[in-house]
Design a protein around this ligand. Structure first.
Ligand code: UDP
Length: 451
């Protein structure tokens, strides 16, 4: 990319410090690094990534002013607001410092920030730096966010219990119960945050970790909402060179365990990095897994069971009943797990990264969404792509057992499993030369070079 005598382009990336946001941002960094850009990750100290996993990047810690207490706060809006407010000046200072130290061979071309870290734009603007926004969830999620003011004005928000199963006008097949705002304790504050994060003020483009073949109609509608180009160039994890940006240590012993299992015989179970269950749900899940035939790999993240630790809660008789049939770890190398030949199903909380990772390996899903965009994603899986089943009721062992048996082995779900394989192939085409994501990445590189 660099011509003789020309200065190399430096990009500053500002991730939002949660696992489901850090992963796509660092993958994007790796993709753009492979295209010749130098990458600096300006990150908060809270949940900071491990620089040794990314030797090609420069890491720039920003004083975020978070105490441990703030950082573990369950009040999501306050945490996001504090991260943004605390970030703006230190980031601005760090960027100014970088500009001062710019060598002849390199200049900062652009700041790419996670849509949730909206104050990064302010810091960049102050120094007359261009910005691009990264959206880490689906185009459909973003599109639903545009409809909230009107739905609110028409009295649909908050939705009444009697409407929950109704389709949202203009957003077929999503129902009111799928919306991100559902059951959120501080609705007004959430709507305000959404209104702030969907706005494009001065940024010159939007990057989405999605694929045209997955979201064509919603992407087309989203493009009408914005005056700037949208680069849908996912799934990032398949385009970026393999690496890990896990905040927790990956327990690779589960791969050794998977190596001993028959092809497509294992259901992988994980609720991601932020969702949690209570003790009753843990026990129901345990017995649902024990009573269903397939072997299972179950991630029980530290802190993901509210109340006691899972080790104390799981009864001895469960451990005896499953013995070698089950493997439990606290954090798995998920992409490797889903790509393993032994894995035949994924019981997922439906975070957007997990969905993309599952689709890319042709693994059909059981959807157990918890909050935020997970319900929309679950609806996509079960009603648009039809590559999974949705657990619709309270977690109960009988229902879990039936869902696992259906997904993994029943004749009834043969088509679901076949569609999952077909969708994987479609996505593979998108990232090959001439495919939509491949072309979109080229367009993004040209866009950045034109800045
Ligand atoms: N993940 C992982 N190991 C685990 C569970 C999750 O590496 O044991 C990764 C997973 O591959 C994904 C991310 O954590 O990239 C979770 O992001 P997602 O959007 O699926 O859900 P969130 O955690 O944001 O709810």
């Amino acid at each position: 990319m660099e011509k003789q005598g020309q200065r190399c382009s430096g990009l500053v990336l500002v991730p939002c410090p949660f696992q489901g946001h850090i992963n796509p941002m660092l993958q994007l960094g790796a993709i753009l690094h492979s295209k010749g850009f130098s990458i600096t990750i300006a990150h908060s100290q809270f949940n900071s990534p491990n620089p040794s996993n990314h030797p090609n990047f420069t890491f720039l810690p920003i004083q975020d002013g978070q105490t441990d207490h703030d950082a573990t706060s369950t009040d999501f809006i306050s945490l996001i607001t504090a991260l943004n407010v605390n970030l703006v000046f230190p980031l601005q200072e760090s960027l100014a410092q970088m500009i001062k130290q710019e060598e002849k061979k390199e200049r900062i071309t652009c700041v790419i920030y996670d849509a949730i870290m909206y104050k990064a734009e302010e810091a960049a603007n102050h120094l007359k730096l261009q910005t691009i926004v990264l959206v880490t969830n689906s185009a459909a999620t973003r599109l639903t966010h545009f409809t909230y003011p009107q739905l609110q004005a028409e009295g649909y928000i908050p939705p009444k219990d009697s409407m929950l199963r109704d389709l949202v006008p203009g957003l077929h097949p999503f129902r009111f119960k799928d919306l991100t705002i559902l059951n959120f304790p501080n609705l007004e504050a959430l709507l305000q945050l959404i209104a702030t994060t969907i706005k494009i003020r001065t940024s010159s483009a939007i990057i989405c970790n999605t694929v045209d073949c997955l979201e064509q109609p919603f992407l087309a509608q989203l493009k009408k909402q914005y005056q700037v180009p949208i680069f849908s160039m996912g799934p990032f994890h398949k385009i970026a060179p393999p690496s890990s940006s896990s905040l927790l240590k990956e327990d690779t012993s589960c791969i050794t365990w998977l190596d001993k299992q028959a092809p497509k015989s294992v259901i992988y179970v994980s609720i991601g990095s932020a969702a949690s269950i209570d003790g009753r749900e843990l026990i129901e899940t345990a017995w649902g897994l024990a009573n269903s035939k397939p072997h299972f790999l179950w991630v029980i993240r530290p802190g993901s069971v509210r109340g006691l630790g899972w080790r104390e809660l799981l009864p001895e008789c469960f451990k005896k009943a499953v013995e070698e049939r089950g493997c439990i770890v606290e954090w798995a190398p998920q992409k490797e797990v889903l790509a393993h030949v032994a894995v035949g199903g994924f019981w997922s909380h439906c975070g957007w990264n997990s969905i993309l990772e599952s689709i890319c390996e042709g693994v059909p899903m059981i959807c157990q969404p918890c909050f935020g965009d997970q319900r929309l994603n679950a609806r996509y899986v079960s009603h648009v792509w039809k590559v999974g089943l949705e657990l619709d009721n309270e977690l109960e062992r009988g229902e879990i057992e039936r869902a696992i048996r259906r997904l993994m082995a029943s004749k009834e779900c043969e088509e679901v499993r076949q569609r999952a394989t077909d969708l994987k192939v479609k996505v593979e085409h998108s990232i090959r030369e001439g495919g939509s994501s491949y072309n979109s990445l080229d367009d993004l590189v040209n866009h950045i070079l034109s800045i």
